[in-house]
Ligand binder design. Sequence first.
Ligand code: SF4
Length: 267
Amino acid sequence: MSRTKLRHIVSLSGGKDSTALSIYLRDRIQDVEYVFSDTDKELPETYEYLDKLEAYLGQPIVRLKSEQGFDHWLKIYGGYLPSARMRWCTKMLKIRPFEQYIGEDEVNMYIGIRADENRGGYQPSKPNIHPIYPFVEAGYDLEDVHRILEESGISFPAYYSWLTRSGCYFCFYQQRHEWIGLKENHPDLFELAKSYEKPEAKDGLGYTWSERESLEALDDPARQAEIKQKLENRKQAVRSGDSKKLLHILGQDNDETDLLPCSFCHI
Ligand code: SF4
């Protein structure tokens, strides 16, 4: 049964932008709800960050989960790992639980896409969900997000030391240097991610997280040194101290830059 009152919901991903948005909206909108769709494959740092944010906001963050987890859906999808072209994980583990939670209620859904980003928003499959982009409306960019996070004392999630985006520990949107960061910070999770791959499968396609290199191949000190050197060279190119530019560059070494991560998981 639908409620008559319009609901206001901030969709959290455990990333910096949606976190900054929840802080920004806390005292601007009454009766706002904070919701996180938990894939059960998130990094421990994400859960810690959400706990910290929850304490700051002074109200619970609703944590949603698919009744069947990733491994169930992997079987349903024939063992094909999700990819930017076949992103069933977002649909089944993030969007579906969220839309079930909403039901038929009229909802203003607040999304943390910034004014300086060039990516499409969330396209709800239900007409009762109305996406709103407060940072775009306010003209807020990355610097504003930094300011909000620092002023609140929440700061950045700990995984930012090696990862530029929130999401599952095995997310296929990771850059090669970020996979190396996962190995260095969570060797157990790197091994788990590796255990999902089947690079020896006939066509190979769909059985490794990255189309071009398996984690087994990446798990080689010489290859890792090469990737780290490449990253260092790029950092040197922005030694001007422009951290905004650096963050932008670090997030742009994807082979598939035309396939930008969605706003549901990585914001
Ligand atoms: S974070 Fe990545 S792997 Fe996880 S649901 Fe989102 S797109 Fe899929």
